[in-house]
Design a protein around this ligand. Structure first.
Ligand code: BES
Ligand code: ZN
Length: 448
């Protein structure tokens, strides 16, 4: 059996590859990370492991072992791409030089999702090394475009359902509710991510000479944004909430019995002076079961040091919507576009274009794939497994359900303070090892 030091070494090697999928300058690194995963699979005896390529895009890594006749087949999903590491100066140690402090490994992708992908890889390695076989059948599908919307994996799932045929998917890319509490995630929000482009004059203007007469696209963006969502966090897009399905009373009761302290959350996770959002809904409901609109960045005008008096000709806002069941990404995009047209101020044009989208998903929990996963995790962590939803999105989960007809078993080992997408991302190393133990146990339970 591989020692924890060997596993840690492997993780460090994986984390040193800056596989930032959104940045074309890192395309070769993204490919190196794919190759790293492929080699790991080959090392486990999945000799046919290969990259599935599409021109100009990041490869999928596919590998299978189908020697357990009559036993279930699991589709094992993770992603080897990572978010950009900036702002770089806020990292205590550089993002692609993994460093260990306090039983945590710090690096971009440590939790999301290299550390968690490694749980799947190492569980299979351990069983293959020990027994020369697996108790179940597996198909690995590890993608390199999750953080940019997962366009190509979606196309594959849609077009080749037979190739990916399995009884359940196992996704290692979510979080535990809190440290020490084994957690299955059974619902994710969907997403529409896009750009709002606002154009005013046909060139930049002197703000003294023309201020008062010329339209200002950044002001227009501010007006549009505040017309999309009010100060309470209620979205003002007409008909936006029409298809929102509220959680059942049972679910609500279960969520509110989870150990959650708003003050603690504010202090340790958010770090602002107060929490915001829709009145009448708890924090858990607001982040798991209510949609939201967020702005991620505004580009336009002068943003260098010092002062420059200019009225910019154009400004762009990065804007996303998180969606819940049963909101449809295409319909919500259309509603947003109509709302933008409706509230667009005089003198400018405004256009919203989606870059990528993914549907919300709710998992059917009434099957052995969920119950045995919950049992395996409970045994390894020594505590009852809780069922949660998460506010994040993994676009492929909805498609596994829709096109393959299989449930996604989301076994998450991240912690709420792992700083996903932020500086000083980390992964709690005990969760890496417990995660592997739980995964091995799960495969064994399913193979019985
Ligand atoms: N691992 C996350 C999603 C996640 C985070 C699920 C926390 C549950 C708890 C995933 O890698 C991610 O960040 N996804 C993006 C999706 C998008 C870019 C299409 C997200 O949610 O922003
Ligand atoms: Zn992820």
């Amino acid at each position: 059996m591989r020692s924890s030091d060997q596993i840690l070494d492997t993780l460090c090697g994986f984390l040193r590859i800056p596989s930032v999928s959104t940045d074309p300058a890192h395309a070769a690194d993204v490919r190196r990370a794919a190759e790293f995963v492929r080699q790991h699979l080959i090392g486990s005896g999945l000799s046919g492991a290969r990259l599935i390529e599409h021109t100009g895009n990041h490869p999928l890594v596919f590998g299978e072992w189908l020697g357990a006749e009559g036993k279930p087949t699991l589709l094992l999903y993770g992603h080897y791409d990572v978010q950009p590491p900036d702002p770089l100066n806020e990292w205590t140690t550089p993002p692609f030089e993994p460093a260990i402090r306090n039983q945590n490994i710090y690096a971009r992708g440590a939790c999301d999702d290299k550390g968690q992908t490694l749980i799947l890889l190492e569980a299979v390695r351990r069983l293959m090394d020990r027994d020369g076989r697996l108790p179940i059948n597996v198909k690995f599908l590890i993608e390199g475009e999750e953080e940019v919307g997962g366009e190509h994996i979606s196309a594959l799932v849609e077009s080749k359902p037979d190739f990916l045929k399995a009884d359940a998917a196992v996704i290692c890319d979510t979080e535990m509710f809190a440290a020490g509490i084994p957690t299955l995630c059974v619902g994710l929000r969907g997403i529409v991510y896009g750009e709002l482009t606002v154009t005013g004059a046909d060139h930049d203007l002197h703000s003294g000479v023309y201020g008062g007469a010329a339209p200002n696209p950044i002001m227009a963006i501010a007006e549009i944004l505040t017309a999309l969502k009010d100060r309470d966090g209620h979205i003002l897009i007409p008909r936006f909430y029409d298809h929102v399905v509220p959680p059942s009373q049972d679910e609500l009761d279960a969520w509110h019995s989870l150990p959650f302290d708003e003050k603690e959350y504010l202090k340790t996770e958010v770090g602002s002076t107060t929490l915001t959002g829709e009145p009448g809904f708890s924090v858990i409901e607001r982040t798991w079961a209510r949609p939201t609109v967020e702005v991620h960045g505004i580009r336009g005008g002068f943003i260098g040091e010092g002062a420059k008096t200019v009225i910019p000709a154009r400004a762009v806002a990065k804007l996303s919507m998180r969606l819940v069941a049963n909101q449809d990404p295409a319909e919500c995009t259309r509603l947003l576009q109509e709302a933008v047209a409706e509230v667009c101020p005089r003198g400018v044009t405004a256009e919203y274009k989606a870059i990528h989208s993914g549907a919300p998903s709710l998992v059917n929990t009434d099957n052995e794939f969920i119950s045995k996963s919950a049992a395996a995790m409970a045994e390894v962590f020594g505590r009852k497994t809780v069922f949660i939803r998460s506010g994040g999105s993994i676009p492929i989960t909805g498609l596994f359900d829709k096109h393959l007809g299989i449930p996604s078993v989301m076994m998450g080992f991240g912690l709420p303070d792992d700083n996903l997408h932020a500086p000083n991302e980390k992964f709690h190393l005990p969760n890496l090892y417990l995660g592997i133990d739980a995964m091995v146990k799960y495969f064994e339970l399913l193979g019985r």
